[in-house]
Design a protein around this ligand. Structure first.
Ligand SMILES: Nc1nc2c(ncn2[C@@H]2O[C@H](COP(=O)(O)OP(=O)(O)OP(=O)(O)O)[C@@H](O)[C@H]2O)c(=O)[nH]1
Ligand SMILES: Nc1nc2c(ncn2[C@@H]2O[C@H](COP(=O)(O)OP(=O)(O)OP(=O)(O)O)[C@@H](O)[C@H]2O)c(=O)[nH]1
Length: 442
């Protein structure tokens, strides 16, 4: 089951980023008082009770000053939201009241036939509550008053958004490895997919004039089946208004959420770019397997050092993903692409590995000897034991007398010990530190 996808739309400055940040309960994007300000992070994963979904800010829907024409690039984002979202969250501003642009957006949204939830933001005080009723006239059902700044009304909003979502049931043990081929426009994703499959995937054109692949493809390789997760729309050839960079990011995020292992294609000529970092960062946070493929290797003039230099660049730029295997090759000439199947399979095994508690505790004893747990303000940290509680990604719990004493650097040390002993190549690892009170049973 793929995680439900919620797209936030609305005019500039209504408070979309503030809401996203509030719901993520951590700062994920830059909030500034300038309309249309570019934001760094546009997505977050939200957990509400036993439900989980991905929320994306598609940016402000802006209109040209003259007439009611929508700026092309922005309209594409709105279309994208409509195409991809399971629920559309339409944010409006109680202080501004209903504007003409709100009405236009409401009409667009109504035509999608998708569930739309209207959040009336900036209801910071009781005397603004009456303003919410005005928004019934958008014709999109019950508007919900919220204050993104003060975190008011979030419960009602989340109830409404997640109404039809399935409970978050972790699935394990699926045999077929779901693989997403991701990367910036033009790095060679389609070429790679076609080379792997050995034939051209057929395309269908939908009504909006975008070209998209219809379904996930099954790739048979050495007696194994892989699903190549649909990265539809990653190719949009010949469009006059190449959509914003965001467009490919949004598609990537969807594909990543639905995969076990992501193959991030880097362009050998371009090196590691900012967008590559963002996409890799998302894979890491999502806890998915990750492989880097440096593509278009055929275009590079090489000597004995070239590969090492490239390795170094990747390790320096993508410090959080030291665990990631790197493949150099060419989707076009098919150089080394047959290695990819083995690598994906290997990473999938690594992310499903289970280590017994007794083995983990031997490792922990060794680790404590080499590097005793820290003391802070006269309190000594005691680590009682460690156990693995999950796979995909491998997740461990470290039980201590006081979790606040175990700092990030110590957790990193334990992670490194786990990797030295067991590999866990190509997969992020999660370590949760828990306090056990005195007298509590271990
Ligand atoms: N009073 C009040 N102000 C808010 C609230 N939420 C957001 N704001 C303010 O509204 C302004 C715009 O907020 P943003 O979150 O950047 O708005 P946005 O819709 O993401 O804007 P764009 O980046 O232009 O798309 C900021 O100054 C926020 O502090 C709220 O609940 N109450
Ligand atoms: N020389 C060389 N060219 C390549 C290689 N892989 C892809 N290309 C070329 O790069 C261009 C873009 O390739 P695509 O496969 O369409 O890239 P994409 O990532 O699917 O692009 P979007 O659909 O725009 O996201 C095409 O002209 C390919 O022929 C490679 O390994 N070597």
């Amino acid at each position: 089951m793929s995680k439900p996808f919620v797209a936030i739309v609305g005019r500039p400055n209504v408070g979309k980023s503030t809401l996203l940040n509030g719901l993520a309960q951590r700062r994920v994007s830059i909030v500034e008082d300038i309309p249309g300000v570019t934001r760094d992070r546009i997505y977050c994963n939200v957990r509400w009770l036993d439900k989980e979904f991905t929320m994306i800010d598609t940016g402000g829907i802006e209109f040209r000053n003259k007439a009611d024409q929508i700026v092309d690039g922005i309209r594409e984002q709105a279309e994208l939201a409509m195409e991809e979202a399971d629920v559309i969250l339409f944010v409006v501003d109680a202080r501004a009241g209903i504007t003409k642009d709100d009405m236009t957006i409401a009409n667009m949204l109504r035509r999608t036939g998708k569930p739309v939830v209207v959040a009336v933001n900036k209801v910071d005080s009781e005397n603004l509550e009456m303003e919410v009723y005005e928004f019934y006239s958008l014709g999109l059902g019950d508007p919900i008053g919220i204050s993104a700044v003060n975190h008011l009304g979030f419960g009602d909003l989340l109830d409404k958004i997640t109404e039809g979502f399935p409970d978050n049931t972790a699935e394990e043990g699926e045999d077929i490895i779901r693989t997403a081929i991701i990367g910036r426009p033009n790095v060679g994703k389609s070429t790679l997919v076609n080379s792997l499959l050995g034939y051209q995937r057929s395309l269908v054109a939908d009504e909006m004039g975008t070209t998209r692949d219809a379904v996930d493809s099954i790739w048979h390789y050495k007696g194994k089946d892989f699903i190549l997760v649909d990265t539809a729309g990653m190719r949009r050839k010949g469009k006059i208004n190449e959509p914003l960079e965001k467009y490919s990011v949004i598609r990537s995020i969807k594909a990543i959420d639905n995969c076990d292992v992501a193959v991030l294609i880097l362009d050998a000529k371009a090196g590691v770019t900012e967008q590559d970092k963002k996409i890799a960062g998302y894979v890491h946070e999502a806890g998915k397997g990750l492989i880097f493929m440096v593509n278009k290797w055929d275009l590079i003039e090489k000597d004995n050092h070239t590969m090492n230099e490239f390795n170094k660049q990747i390790r320096d730029e993508l410090v959080f993903a030291q665990y990631t295997p790197i493949l150099y090759g060419s989707a076009l000439t098919k150089q080394r692409i047959n290695r990819l199947g083995e690598m994906i399979f290997f990473v999938a095994e690594q992310q499903s590995m289970r280590i017994s508690t007794s083995v983990l505790n031997d490792l922990l004893e060794d680790a404590k000897m080499i590097n005793p747990p820290p003391a802070h303000a006269g309190r000594v940290a005691k680590i009682y034991y460690m156990t693995q509680v999950g796979i995909k990604p491998p997740t461990f719990v470290l039980f201590t007398n006081d979790a606040t004493l175990i700092h990030f650097s110590y957790v990193r040390f334990i992670e490194n010990r786990l990797r030295e002993s067991f590999g866990f190549e190509g997969t992020p690892i999660r370590i949760i530190v828990r306090s056990k009170k005195d007298g509590e049973e271990l």
